[in-house]
Design a protein around this ligand. Structure first.
Ligand code: ADP
Ligand code: MG
Length: 308
């Protein structure tokens, strides 16, 4: 099987959007409704860096698309298309079958079309470029938090980091923790619901501490967070109680939850979203006049993940 047969067999799916041109030509073509903006983002996942060496093809596919959808979620965008640049060390039909099946399942779930890509030989890496749409001028920016806004976070923090921690120590994590680590759910519905309700938003991929800092720097406000308010799963809460290692939920990374700021007048609307989406949204702090990030109750410095 040559490169073109491979693409045809594993990555040429029918597009859901009939106004687009997908795999098979030099470029993909997309149409966009008037009064909408395109939101586009790219993320690369490298074996040994973003996922452990023995990760299944299905989980690699899931996580690669999911972390990209999470970026769209953070802007409140609706996912539309993605492209896939795949570097493979060898041609392995079983691996490709598993990868492609998992990728298509997730793509169908979020109604995103695979419109093209590139296939090369080398050390395993997956790059996905995802594109969504958002009504003009309404995207949730990092720079729009206002003094007095309440800071919220979705679900719980630290589950993926605890899974990673345990894997490194040769301990088998629970099913729940492993799922959060290998197949994190992008908060797409929440992001869209927050349009017109939240001021600023970011997805927490490199740890709350670092990512909330992006909001306060871009917005030129301060943020005070209360350690006691950080939502934790029972397993992470137990871990923190035993070790006092608050850095794991604060700086561990791979959460893919949304952290956002909401002005007072929209708190009631947020309660409705919480009920309708059946999602846990927790108030963790406030945007303040005084610049900088203050974490009340934290008595040590936590190092966030740095790529270099
Ligand atoms: P070109 O040489 O013009 O860059 P390629 O031979 O790389 O084109 O790709 C042929 C077609 O297959 C293009 O439409 C491209 O977008 C698509 N394609 C290549 N690799 C992938 C992939 N891994 N997933 C989806 N589409 C792909
Ligand atoms: Mg090419």
């Amino acid at each position: 099987m040559n490169e073109f047969d491979l693409i045809e067999k594993y990555f040429n799916w029918n597009a859901q959007d009939l106004n687009s041109l997908g795999v098979g030509d030099d470029c993909a073509l997309v149409s966009i409704k008037p009064d909408y903006q395109l939101a586009t983002s790219v993320d690369t996942l490298i074996e040994g860096v973003h996922f452990p060496q023995n990760t299944s093809a299905a989980d690699i596919a899931y996580k690669s698309l999911s972390v990209n959808l999470s970026d769209l979620a953070a802007m409140g965008a609706t996912p539309k298309y993605f492209t896939l640049a795949l570097t493979l060390p060898e041609f392995d039909e079983l691996w490709l079958e598993e990868f492609s099946t998992s990728l298509k399942l997730l793509a169908d779930q979020y109604k995103v079309d695979l419109l093209g890509g590139d296939t090369t030989k080398g050390k395993l890496s997956v790059t996905i470029n995802v594109t969504g749409t958002v009504p003009k001028g309404q995207a949730l920016l990092r720079s729009s938090a206002k003094v007095g806004d309440t800071i919220f976070i979705s679900n719980t923090l630290g589950d993926a980091a605890l899974a990673w921690n345990q894997l490194q120590q040769g301990v088998e994590p629970s099913q729940g923790l492993l799922e959060q680590f290998n197949t994190p759910k992008p908060q797409v519905a929440l992001g869209q619901a927050l349009l017109g309700v939240a001021n600023a938003c970011i997805d927490v991929s490199d740890g709350l501490k670092q990512d909330v800092s992006h909001i306060l720097e871009r917005s030129e406000v301060g943020v005070t967070i209360n350690l006691a308010d950080i939502p934790l799963s029972r397993e992470v809460a137990n871990y923190v109680q035993e070790t006092n290692d608050w850095c794991l939920p604060l700086a561990g990374g791979d959460d893919y939850e949304l952290c956002f700021s909401v002005p007072k007048e929209n708190i009631d609307a947020l309660k409705v979203i919480e009920t309708e989406l059946n999602i846990k949204l927790t108030k963790i702090g406030l945007a303040t006049e005084q610049q900088g990030l203050k974490i009340e109750g934290l008595d040590k410095i936590c190092q966030s993940y740095q790529h270099f």
